[in-house]
Write a protein that binds this ligand. Structure first.
Ligand code: PHE
Length: 448
């Protein structure tokens, strides 16, 4: 796919692959627990606001640079501004891909394990499950291995085809679960927590969390959309494709919340339980349902597939970079990057109770994220690095490449873009860098 700079087989193929990258654990595992930790409804509104005013316009910029250059993030920057330090921004994206995959793969491994846990009727015991060093490592290794095999063999025939079948099934299952969860006694209180904003709950940390979640969930800030955009044809309408991707992604996250919060309040669980939320609350819902274990294993199969389309994209970025720039064989590179990521991920895998040192790692202070290695990686790569990457890349695209050039590229295939061209150029040059910069400053307590 990379060597001959292939293209997506069809417009739908691209939308499915990009939406497949965006939709994943970020929507169903991460979104609900971040909402829970950040106080509910007000955070959800803030998140939606960032998706529309920052995520979507920024996604257009990444896609446009990718299609313009037909390159990986580093190569794309080189194509516009050869031999400059700007390419470090692309390199940061490549490293971030490995960083995210290293902890994301661990959670994907749990998801995979839960298929069997459900099927065997062992519904409870999340804490013991993730603290078992042998199992978590085996499951993590297995997930990386499947990801590797698919990236190795090409994405179109396998994963594109399967996502087209499995993603709609996931959607239907989620709709069914929404009805079920909201029929439980006490569900209204959960709905109120989720949908009624209480703006006193918004703090500096909340704002960063909302922005970070918007970037993470839409797969932005690390050049993934540059890479996927590089396989687009000039005829493609980038504008409408990006709108579809954002709508699908946001819809799935909102739906996950419509299941989790009503069920959670009905069952008297704590919304701020953190990363374990989905693995504790969903199984409890299934336990009460007719055919619950069957529905439960099925749910975790679909969630694993959603995670897989994301891990593939995470691996694709460093692989595309090394194949393009180092001119080595794709096969060797895929195995080398996957092996390296696996090693980097081991501390995350062992950080949920099995090894004390990693469980209480605590390099990043407690007010920002949990002390365990996995949460710390999630903060560094999943929040900070994506926001920082988006800051640097938007400055690069708005000023160095030039918002006008980026807009010209976008206009090809998207005639309707003319109408928002001026607004978009303002967003990419001023609004996005400014807002992201302020939020990052705030992170270091500058405004306190
Ligand atoms: N967007 C993916 C998710 O929500 C995670 C991801 C982030 C994938 C960045 C690729 C790049 O699960």
């Amino acid at each position: 796919m990379q060597a001959d700079r292939g293209q997506w087989s069809s417009r739908l193929g691209f939308i499915f692959a990009a939406a497949g990258s965006a939709i994943g654990l970020g929507n169903i595992w991460r979104f609900p627990y971040i909402v829970g930790e950040n106080g509910g409804g007000a955070f959800v509104l803030l998140y939606l606001f960032f998706v529309v005013v920052i995520g979507l316009p920024y996604m257009l910029a990444e896609l446009s640079l990718g299609r313009f250059s037909s390159k990986n993030p580093v190569g794309a920057i080189e194509a516009v501004k050869p031999k400059s330090t700007w390419k470090l921004a692309g390199l940061l994206g490549v490293i971030t891909g490995i960083g995210i995959l290293s902890f994301y793969g661990v959670i994907a491994g749990w998801t995979f394990g839960y298929i069997f846990k459900m099927a065997a009727g062992k519904v409870y015991g999340f804490e013991a499950f993730v603290a078992d060093p042998l199992w978590v490592i085996i499951l993590f290794a297995f997930f990386i291995l499947i990801t590797t095999t698919i990236v190795y063999g090409g994405v179109e025939g396998g994963i594109e085809k399967w996502s087209k079948i499995l993603m709609p099934i996931l959607l239907v299952l989620l709709v069914g679960l929404i009805f079920y969860a909201n029929s439980l006694d006490g569900a209204e209180r959960g709905l109120a927590f989720y949908l009624e904003p209480d703006f006193s709950k918004i703090t500096g940390k909340t704002v960063l969390a909302a922005l970070g979640q918007a970037f993470f969930s839409l797969s932005l800030g690390m050049g993934l959309m540059i890479t996927y955009g590089s396989y687009l044809s000039k005829k493609e309408n980038i504008l409408t494709s990006a709108i579809y991707i954002a709508i699908f992604d946001t819809a799935i996250a909102i739906m996950a919340g419509l299941i989790i919060f009503p069920a959670l309040f009905a069952m008297g669980e704590d919304p701020a339980a953190g990363p374990s939320l989905v693995f504790v609350v969903f199984p409890k819902i299934f336990m009460q349902m007719p055919y619950g274990l069957l529905v439960g294993s099925f749910f975790f199969i679909l969630l694993s597939v959603a995670a897989l389309t994301s891990t593939i994209s995470l691996l694709e970025v460093p692989v595309a970079y090394l194949v393009d720039e180092k001119k080595a064989s794709r096969k060797k590179i895929v195995w080398a990057v996957a092996g390296f990521t696996f090693i980097v991920g081991i501390p995350s895998a062992l950080s949920q109770g099995s090894v004390d040192f990693f469980t209480n790692f605590g390099l990043i202070p407690e007010f920002l994220t949990g002390p365990d290695f996995l949460s710390q990686m999630s903060f560094i790569f999943g929040d900070f690095s994506l926001a920082f990457g988006a800051l640097v890349l938007s400055i690069f695209m708005g000023w160095v490449w030039g918002a006008g050039n980026a807009a010209d590229e976008l206009q090809q295939g998207s005639p309707g873009f003319v109408r928002i061209r001026a607004v978009w150029m303002f967003m990419i040059r001023y609004f996005i860098p400014f807002v992201v910069f302020l939020i990052l400053l705030n992170l270091f307590g500058i405004f306190d």
